[in-house]
Design a protein around this ligand. Structure first.
Ligand SMILES: [Zn+2]
Length: 400
């Protein structure tokens, strides 16, 4: 295998999460037990330091009809509104005819906020179901995988290009990055958001590792990728979204100097050795211990006769449940609000998903898989907590 960023063959296994089913594929009853398994392993590139999966599940399998909807959660929609307001006021508040392209535009939630600020918008979204939802909601959306060919076919350039959380699951990484450069005006801004690997390591949030996420970036490593394609970061900061994400601004190389806070992030990575192989090996050892602790905790709850439900059925929860080996004997069901998951079972562990609105009784303990919404969850379930229902967070994010 070659490194997805720099083409080096000097790669070494860092984190092995075993064979796992594709975690976004919640199963209908007749599919239970028939789901295919694929290796879930992170390798480290000794030449460019990028952490990445060594096995690719084909994008047509993964992105044909995914059930994640960005409009579903309150805090995510608020995050999208804030991003639009921030980018507009910093760069394009007084620009006539401003236009934005959103790559991986999902149900159009982000672009609606740009429409409200007077932008001409276009989304590119590979899931046909989701693209249709966006169009129905009044957001022009092209149902396609964005790449250099799609960029050429658009035949124009944009003031702003946004890519929230798609940049790490791109099979055609180099074609996509070339397409972004081609579609970005000389004075344009490319907003790239990605899960911050430094934070994943610090939070032990290994459940962010799944087949859709082929790449796990730090500032240093994403800069290598962008530089290779004539783009460069000029600003970045850490935001409390998905348990710790970087919001970064890029443009054509040489067009803008790096900000103080970008320099500070680079410095912090260097001081924490975030891009060294030893850091990843240590991470792998620590999540192994975490597995033993979680199994012991849930077994003790069962012995004590507690009823345990999972809270949320997020995609990443399946990485956690499968790696920990936590099935329905320990967590009876996954309580969810996304109606597209109604009546389905978790891949691998086969835990049934139950709609929150259908619950007739509360558990004694909620095992919180949607831990990245910790603040929101603790607030929303304050009345239940007051009644003595316990909430256990297997991952405890630092600052979200
Ligand atoms: Zn590399």
């Amino acid at each position: 295998m070659q490194c997805r960023v720099c083409d080096s063959t000097n790669l070494e296994l860092a984190i092995d999460l075993g064979e796992q089913p594709w975690c976004n594929n919640f199963l209908r009853p007749e599919q239970v037990g028939h789901e295919p398994y694929y290796p879930l392993r992170v390798v480290y590139c000794h030449d460019c330091a990028t952490a990445q999966l060594d096995y690719t599940v084909k994008k047509e399998i993964m992105f044909g009809d995914h059930t994640y909807l960005s409009g579903v959660t309150q805090s995510l929609s608020e995050h999208f509104r804030r991003i639009a307001a921030e980018v507009d006021s910093r760069f394009f508040a007084d620009t006539p005819g401003k236009a934005v392209l959103d790559i991986g535009s999902n149900d159009g939630t982000q672009l609606k906020h740009f429409q409200a600020l007077g932008y001409e918008v276009l989304g590119v979204e590979p899931s046909i179901t989701t693209a249709r939802l966006a169009v129905a909601a009044g957001v022009p959306t092209l149902n396609a995988f964005f790449n250099a060919d799609v960029a050429r076919a658009l035949g124009r350039q944009y003031h702003l290009i946004n890519a929230a959380g798609v940049f790490f699951h791109l099979e055609e990484l180099h074609s996509v990055t070339d397409g972004i450069r081609a579609a970005l005006r000389p004075d344009g801004v490319f907003v790239v958001q990605f899960l911050y690997m430094k934070r994943i390591v610090e939070n032990l949030a290994f459940d962010q590792i799944y087949h859709e996420h082929l790449l796990y970036y730090n500032i240093e490593t994403i800069e290598r990728l962008l530089n290779r394609h004539g783009l460069a970061l000029f600003d970045a900061y850490l935001a409390p979204i998905h348990g710790g994400s970087i919001i970064a601004y890029a443009t054509h190389q040489g067009a803008r100097p790096p900000s103080e806070r970008l320099l500070a992030l680079r410095q912090a990575e260097a001081e924490a050795h975030s891009n060294s192989f030893a850091t990843y090996l240590d991470f792998a050892r620590r999540i192994d211990l975490m597995r033993a602790e979680n199994q012991a905790y849930l077994r003790a709850a069962r012995v004590a006769g507690k009823r345990v439900f999972g809270l949320g059925a997020p995609v990443k929860g399946n990485t956690l449940l499968n790696y920990f080996g936590v099935g329905p004997e320990l967590v009876a069901c996954l309580v969810e609000r996304n109606p597209l998951r109604q009546g389905l079972y978790s891949p691998g562990m086969h835990i049934p998903v139950v709609m929150e609105s259908e619950l007739t009784d509360n558990p004694d303990l909620y095992y919180v898989l949607a831990w990245n919404f910790k603040t929101e969850i603790l607030a929303r379930y304050a009345p239940l907590r007051a009644q003595g229902v316990e909430f256990y967070f297997p991952v405890n994010p630092k600052d979200v």
